[in-house]
Design a protein around this ligand. Structure first.
Ligand code: TRP
Length: 336
């Protein structure tokens, strides 16, 4: 297989229930554009999900739901490789090889690990949680990724992938491009509608702060109308108005107009009218996705076919890179 001239983009999505407006404006929407300019590998990180206890039936459903959601959002299987991480052999093998080159201290210092491990005692903390960033490095390097679009919380993990690429290339000769974390421009950081000092999240106990892409029109409107706002009347994004700043950010993300422009347009308007405008824009962007998702969700054979095709292309690339890695480190190739 001749590698294409395009840059290689790799990113993974955890198969957790409920993709929300924050995921969409902060990530998935930009992937839809990026798939035109790159060779894109989008996968459901079902092996990463195993770092926390999972109900097997639900894990399966969540993974396929995520595939349906990617399709509903406009990721096109004719242009991109869409697949399940666990179906491509080699991620875990490369993670082992890379793990043997990773100082344990670097893993113990990872912010996400420290956060989670600090809850030891309350939650089960498996060794997989420590190893998580190595598996993520393998996910990235096994496709020879150049670009890795991720949220800010994953920056440190991509840094590890870069370190490992440099270390491996230095020790054994070039096997990997050094990947770059990519933060798409105009990417909105969406906060909870109920608590605008925390990020919008699917696991927020207060679900009215999170707009899911599968919410129906009435629910979207209700959640946005109930968003906490700040005292005062001005529609302005400032540090003392986190609720307004968040709604302005959302409207800007949805409609592409700058926040300053929106502040001028809505100057003198009321919170109520402004919220209606945000709700209109959200409904227009999200509800068609929710409807497509509802139509795809139960078409299991279509979803399985998409990941079967995605897997084929991904496996070819992974085999190629892993074979080169194995040879460089002195593992004897299996005679076929
Ligand atoms: N850890 C990422 C997250 O929680 C998901 C992920 C797994 C990923 N492997 C990856 C992202 C490789 C980018 C590249 O969001």
């Amino acid at each position: 297989m001749t590698p294409s001239k395009k840059k290689v983009l790799v990113t993974g999505l955890q198969p957790t229930a409920g993709i929300h407006l924050g995921n969409y404006l902060g990530a998935i929407r930009s992937w839809v554009t990026l798939q035109e300019q790159t060779e894109s590998f989008f996968f459901i990180a079902d092996l990463h999900a195993l770092t926390l206890p999972q109900d097997p039936k639900q894990l399966r459903t969540k993974a396929l739901d995520c595939v349906a959601m990617l399709l509903a959002c406009g990721i096109n299987p004719k242009k991109s490789h869409i697949f399940l991480q666990s179906q491509v052999y080699g991620h875990a093998d490369l993670a082992w090889i890379l793990g043997c080159m990773t100082p344990i201290g670097q893993l113990e210092r990872m912010t996400q690990f420290k956060d989670k491990a600090s809850r030891r005692g309350e939650d089960f903390i498996g060794a997989g949680l420590l190893y998580y960033p190595v598996l993520m490095a393998a996910d990235i390097l096994i496709y020879g990724a150049n670009l890795v679009p991720v949220g800010d919380d994953q920056r440190q993990h991509v840094e590890l992938a870069r370190d490992l690429a440099v270390r491996f290339n230095g020790l054994h000769g070039n096997a990997f491009p050094v990947p770059e974390a990519f933060f798409p421009p105009n990417c909105a950081r969406v906060m909870s509608l109920q608590n605008p000092s925390t990020k919008m999240s699917k696991s927020d106990p207060n679900q009215s702060g999170t707009v899911f892409l599968s919410d129906d029109e009435e629910t979207v409107r209700k959640k946005i109308r109930a968003a906490v706002t700040d005292s005062g009347k001005e529609i302005r994004a400032s540090a003392d108005k986190p609720g307004m700043a968040n709604l302005l950010q959302i409207l800007s993300g949805l409609g592409g107009r700058k926040i300053a422009e929106l502040e001028t347009i809505y100057c003198g308007s009321t919170y109520g009218k402004f919220k209606d405008a945000v709700a209109d824009a959200a409904v227009e962007a999200i509800c068609p996705i929710g409807k497509k998702f509802a139509g795809l969700k139960d078409q299991e054979s279509t979803l399985l076919e998409v990941v079967r095709e995605g897997r084929k292309a991904a496996q070819l690339r992974a085999d190629e890179i892993l074979a080169a890695v194995r040879e460089k480190i002195g593992l004897v190739a299996a005679g076929i």
